[in-house]
Design a protein around this ligand. Structure first.
Ligand code: SAM
Ligand code: SF4
Length: 364
């Protein structure tokens, strides 16, 4: 549909109301600005927000964060009220689901209050990804009672020596397993457990994790290692593909694909063919990119919009927030940023360029 003369007037007014703020995204089409939802120029509708609330972490996972990495000063990060504004602006544009992440989100000092206040906004789903180190009964219950609906844990090995070597932390496997149990007892549904599979590091544990899924009724998600490590030594030979992991599990327990579900889901999910408890999921951004169905937008802890994990462009919302601009201007900026989402990534291809920032700084 061609843009009407009226739409271009509104478009110009929208543009004029924004002060010059440095890196502004190229404007979305007039038609898109009038539509009032979030859509990119490739036709994908954005309904899911990944919001990082800190770039800090107490782990130094080998696939993510190098020892010695410097974190942003506190004043560079958004304040709770600013996160709430961003969430509200995205919701006004059709975002229905939110995942809080980081860095390690439980290190964000106002996390409990943020969850509580976000819980009142009426999202369809609020989830959080954590390494599990700081979960206790009171906190888990508080999160659950104030609107957090789902928790995902990260656990890359069931062996204590490997856990220490991978995370370069003092948190033990049993602490994370206890945290998962605590989350369950607090009322969270079957927790998901993310496992990044890496060649010669933990690739012999697929069956052990499947056994844990069955015995503890867990939803284990095997993730392919992506070139988002701060060490920048990702190599495709270190990637263990979803197919390889699935074959290892199926040699012991055949799996049955679950049909239907959310087409934008990053994970392809399977149950055990013998009806055993638990579920297995595969997230295969390297061997089977799912960019065509992507409905996500990411915002970093300091308020930069990254339309894609692999974006090289970031659009800085913080100046607008700090100048106290009205929500309609924030929304207008988000519409433009989303419009500029790239069609996909080229991991593994010759022209692929790793983004400057690691997963922990972007928000996984
Ligand atoms: N600190 C929290 C945690 O680890 O659960 C949340 C943030 S972390 C960046 C989010 C997810 O990204 C984790 O499940 C982690 O395993 C995953 N991740 C980090 N770096 C990755 C990489 N290079 N490739 C694939 N997944 C990665
Ligand atoms: Fe921290 Fe999570 Fe990255 Fe591990 S994956 S270093 S826990 S942010």
């Amino acid at each position: 549909m061609p843009a009407s003369p009226c739409s271009s007037i509104i478009h110009d007014q929208m543009r004029v109301s924004l002060p010059t703020l440095g890196n502004q995204p190229p404007p979305a089409s007039n038609q898109q600005r009038l539509a009032g939802d979030l859509r990119d120029s490739h036709g994908r509708v954005i309904t899911d927000l990944r919001l990082s609330v800190t770039d800090r972490c107490n782990f130094r996972c080998v696939y993510c964060l190098e020892p010695g990495t410097r974190f942003l000063p506190r004043q560079e990060l958004l304040y709770k009220e600013e996160y709430l504004q961003v969430i509200q602006a995205c919701m006004n544009l059709g975002v229905r689901t939110l995942r809080l992440t980081g860095g390690e989100p439980t290190l964000y000092p106002e996390l409990d209050e943020l969850i509580e206040e976000t819980g009142k906004l009426g999202l369809d789903d609020m989830a959080m990804t954590t390494n599990g180190w700081s979960l206790n009964k009171d906190r888990a219950s508080r999160w659950h009672d104030t609107g957090l609906q789902r928790l995902t844990f990260s656990l890359d090995s069931l062996r204590e020596d490997r856990m220490a070597a991978i995370t370069r932390s003092k948190t033990s496997v049993s602490q994370v397993l206890d945290a998962i149990k605590t989350a369950r007892d607090a009322g969270f549904p079957r927790p998901k457990v993310n496992v990044v599979m890496m060649r010669d590091i933990n690739d012999d544990e697929a069956v052990d994790f499947a056994r844990a899924a069955r015995s503890h009724d867990l939803d284990i998600r095997f993730i392919e290692f992506m070139p988002l490590d701060s060490a920048r030594d990702w190599d495709k030979n270190q990637v263990v593909t979803a197919d390889e992991t699935r074959r290892a599990i199926e040699a012991v327990w055949p799996l049955q694909k679950e049909d239907g579900g959310n087409p934008s889901s990053t994970s392809c999910n399977w149950g055990f063919a013998d009806g055993g408890s638990g579920r297995i999921g595969f997230i295969a951004p390297v061997s089977r990119p799912f960019c065509g169905a992507c409905n996500r937008l990411r915002i970093t802890a300091e308020g930069r919009i990254r339309p894609c994990l692999f974006s090289h462009d970031e659009w800085d919302l913080k100046p607008l927030l700090r100048r106290g601009l009205p929500l309609k201007d924030i929304q207008s900026f988000i519409i433009d940023a989303a419009w500029n989402k790239q069609p996909g990534h080229q991991i593994g291809q010759d022209d692929f360029q790793q983004p400057a920032r690691s997963m922990s700084a972007i928000g996984g």
